[in-house]
Write a protein that binds this ligand. Structure first.
Ligand code: 3HC
Ligand code: NAI
Length: 685
């Protein structure tokens, strides 16, 4: 049965789409829409048309699962042209989200009405694309060039209210959308000529008076758009709307769309769209497993992580009790939470009332006893097994049965922590990333005995606090930090062999990472982990710590910093590297950028394959989600596993074999990687 049905209300033809879950514009929907418009045109009794959707949302765009497959007629550009060419007025009735092709359908209608909480957007850029069904030509004509640029190049939607202010929505209606849309259609049914977006010029004329508009936009957004192909293509297509007649503009749009579609970035970004959604699915856990109720959260430790973790829950309206060992640490932690909220408010992203509301949900305490009635307790104390075991042992005697006991440990064995309680089934790792109130990633560490409903709760809770959660198994460093280890080891060895921190960082930044390994060390603190044994000076890093070069916070680390925190290469560091090179008896040689890639990135891919092979990640795409959201791996490269597939697994294996002698005795080539390379298979599917 077609997902598109029609029925009459008086002389208005109501066209309804029912294509769950999001009314994507797949082939059957496209065919149905064309037929419905033909029905309207062919029936003299029909005076106007309303296009509406059942379910949660108006059309949320093209059907992304059809991308990469042979195209089926009619394609969306033809569908929208057919709608606009209808001889009777067509009204789009928008609820939920009108996104991408969905907004393009709405733009081809002669009028748009929407409920107040509807959202309208063209998020194609996030899939490495541009609106390819006339959107780049019709949107600037209806919404104005500046708004269209902003919407298309960022992909962020706007609310119905703003859409109404700029003329993208003709009327906001409260209550029954269909009824109001039909009434609106009755009102406009005699108006001729029909208002067609493709024929408008008034808003373009206004923008033509400001020719610097596009370059100003490029400059203002250069940092955000760096490395991505799609934003520039979106800008170019909108430029064409100004400089060319509509018929030529859409041809430019099509050409740019096809160029993007055939590139690797679009493939990577579309892969990532589904990777992100797959991550929340837990293997081996039935859909019938219900999450536990989480109404109150406890956090232990108000240091770097504890404060940020607490903010996630406070912002979501969930009360938090935060426990420290001493009053000053508690006061410092709570003050920092307030300071962070106030900084957000100062940027206009929160009101003073919202700050007070969040802070009002926070209860600082010096006693673990105050956690007795929490539904979830997250431990974020020092990274020390004895301390963690002691805390969990105590919690076991205090916190109510059925509560979830979680650790934010970065590396420690969650099963060992769980064994210090009498309820290991309730214990799970919740590994947040720093700064925990900002970073979207959450690694949910599944212990040997973690109960299914605890996992389900963790995944559901992650969604509530707007995190992207990935399930990891118990191994040293879980997914993300474990893959960081070969990168760190190789980066340090490369220094000894002749590379500089600047060269290694440059290769990583050119690749698309937000920063290289040494910039990251300087930002996070070169001294992490050093304080346990400050007398030990075994390597370059120890020596820098002993010299007080702890990174940006000390104005010196692997780089020197000026008073504005601008880095420059450090002669002191060069001397330290020289000293250790001599000690190790390593001869200095020229290191190529390709060697850096092979030793720091190919080894990460190999580690990812070992993680997969060992069952510590559920699927390759989860590893990619960890690296994109946890470490800023460029999404236009999909993530390390997808990138390896794009490079070609035989090339990766060959590179690793070429470097094998330099990778150290601990290096182990992944069997899975080799097998897949030999079989011509891919890691990421
Ligand atoms: N095509 C195919 N499947 C889609 C889809 C789409 N456009 N959008 C969502 N889905 C699927 C998801 O994969 C998911 O499937 P699953 O249940 O099997 O995992 C299901 O629909 C529900 O999606 P979400 O979990 O994301 O549901 P939410 O309620 O959280 O969000 C949404 C709904 C805001 C619509 C969000 O899904 C979304 O942003 N979708 C993508 C919108 C988009 O990018 N549209 C542009 C497409 S490109 C285009 O239109 C090209 C054109 O210009 C030619
Ligand atoms: P931190 O040193 O900033 O904070 C730890 C806090 O715990 C201190 O304020 C300390 O007073 C308090 N504390 C210690 N023992 C306690 C006890 N028995 N009861 C109550 N409070 C106690 O450390 P940080 O960086 O916040 O790390 C905490 C945990 O989070 C560690 O396990 C760490 O590995 C992990 N982690 C750290 C990340 C980071 O980037 N800093 C990232 C992800 C995880």
């Amino acid at each position: 049965m077609s997902p598109i049905t029609t029925r009459r209300h008086g002389d208005v033809l109501i066209v309804t789409s029912n294509n769950p879950p999001v009314n994507a514009l797949g082939i059957a929907v496209r065919e149905g829409l064309v037929k419905a418009i033909e029905e309207a045109d062919g029936d003299d009794a029909v005076k106007a048309v309303v296009i509406r959707c059942d379910g949660n949302t108006f059309f949320a765009g093209a059907d992304i699962t059809e991308f990469g497959k042979p195209m089926q007629m009619p394609m969306l550009p033809q569908v929208v042209d057919r709608i606009e060419a209808c001889t009777k007025p067509v009204v789009a009735a928008i609820h939920g989200t009108a996104l991408g092709g969905g907004l393009e359908v709405a733009l081809s209608c002669h009028y748009r009405v929407a409920v107040p909480d509807a959202k309208l957007g063209v998020p194609e850029v996030k899939l490495g694309l541009l609106p390819g069904a006339g959107g780049t030509q019709r949107l600037p004509r209806v919404a104005g060039v500046e708004t269209a640029l902003e919407m298309a190049a960022t992909g962020n939607p706007i609310g119905a209210k703003r859409a109404a202010e700029i003329g993208l929505v003709d009327r906001i209606v409260e209550g029954d959308l269909e009824q109001h849309a039909v009434a609106f259609a009755e009102e406009v049914r005699e108006i001729r000529p029909l208002p067609k977006a493709s024929e408008r010029d008034d808003k373009l004329a206004a923008a033509r008076a400001n020719p610097g508009l596009f370059d100003d936009f490029r400059k203002a957004n250069a940092r955000k758009m760096k490395g991505f192909d799609a934003p520039e293509a979106n800008i170019k297509a909108i430029e064409a709307a100004l400089s060319k007649p509509y018929a030529e503009g859409v041809q430019d749009e099509r050409r740019l769309f096809m160029e993007l579609m055939s590139g690797t970035q679009a493939r990577a970004q579309q892969y990532f769209f589904f990777a992100e959604r797959k991550a929340s699915k837990i293997e081996g856990v039935g859909e019938d497993v219900r999450p536990r109720d989480i109404r109150k959260v406890g956090v232990i430790g108000a240091g770097t992580m504890g404060g940020g973790i607490s903010m996630n829950f406070l912002s979501a309206g969930i009360p938090v009790t935060i426990v420290e060992t001493a009053q000053d640490a508690l006061d410092r932690g709570t003050a920092l939470i307030r300071k962070n909220y106030e900084a957000t408010a100062a940027k206009g992203r929160m009101t003073a009332d919202q700050v007070e509301k969040a802070m009002g949900l926070l209860t600082p305490s010096l006693s673990l006893d105050d956690l007795a009635d929490c539904d979830l307790v997250i431990e974020a104390v020092f990274e020390n097994m004895e301390v963690k075991k002691e805390v969990f042992g105590k919690l076991d005697g205090i916190v109510k049965q059925g509560a979830i006991l979680a650790s934010n440990t970065s590396y420690l064995n969650v099963d060992e922590i769980a064994a210090s309680t009498g309820r290991p089934q309730d214990v799970v790792g919740l590994h947040f990333f720093s700064p925990a109130n900002v970073m979207k990633l959450l690694e949910v560490v599944r212990g040997a005995k973690t109960a299914d409903d605890v996992l389900v709760t963790a995944m559901a809770l992650a969604k509530r606090i707007r995190k992207v959660a990935v399930v990891a198994g118990v191994c040293y460093g879980f997914i993300g930090n474990r893959m960081l280890i070969p990168r760190q080891t190789q980066a340090m060895n490369l220094l000894l062999e002749g590379a500089t921190p600047e060269q290694i960082d440059r290769v990583h930044v050119e690749f698309g990472m937000p920063m290289g390994p040494f910039q990251m060390a300087d930002l996070a603190g070169v001294d992490i982990g050093w304080h346990r044994d400050p007398n030990r000076i075994e390597n370059i890093r120890d020596k820098l710590c002993a010299m007080d070069r702890w990174g940006q916070k000390k104005g010196a680390g692997f780089y020197d910093y000026d008073d504005k925190r601008r880095p420059s290469p450090s002669p002191v560091v060069a001397d330290v590297i020289e000293e250790f090179r001599a000690k190790a008896g390593v001869e200095k040689r020229d290191i190529s950028d390709q060697e850096i890639i092979e030793r720091t990135l190919y080894t990460m891919v190999n580690e990812g394959a070992l993680i997969l092979e060992g069952g510590f990640a559920q699927r390759a795409s989860d590893i990619d989600v960890v690296w994109v959201y946890g470490y800023g791996w460029p999404v236009y490269r999909g993530g390390p596993m997808f990138w390896a597939d794009t490079e070609g697994l035989p090339k990766i294996v060959e590179g690793l074999k070429r470097q094998q002698d330099r990778l150290g005795a601990d290096f182990k080539l992944s069997d899975l990687l080799v097998k897949k390379a030999e079989a011509g298979e891919k890691l990421s599917r």
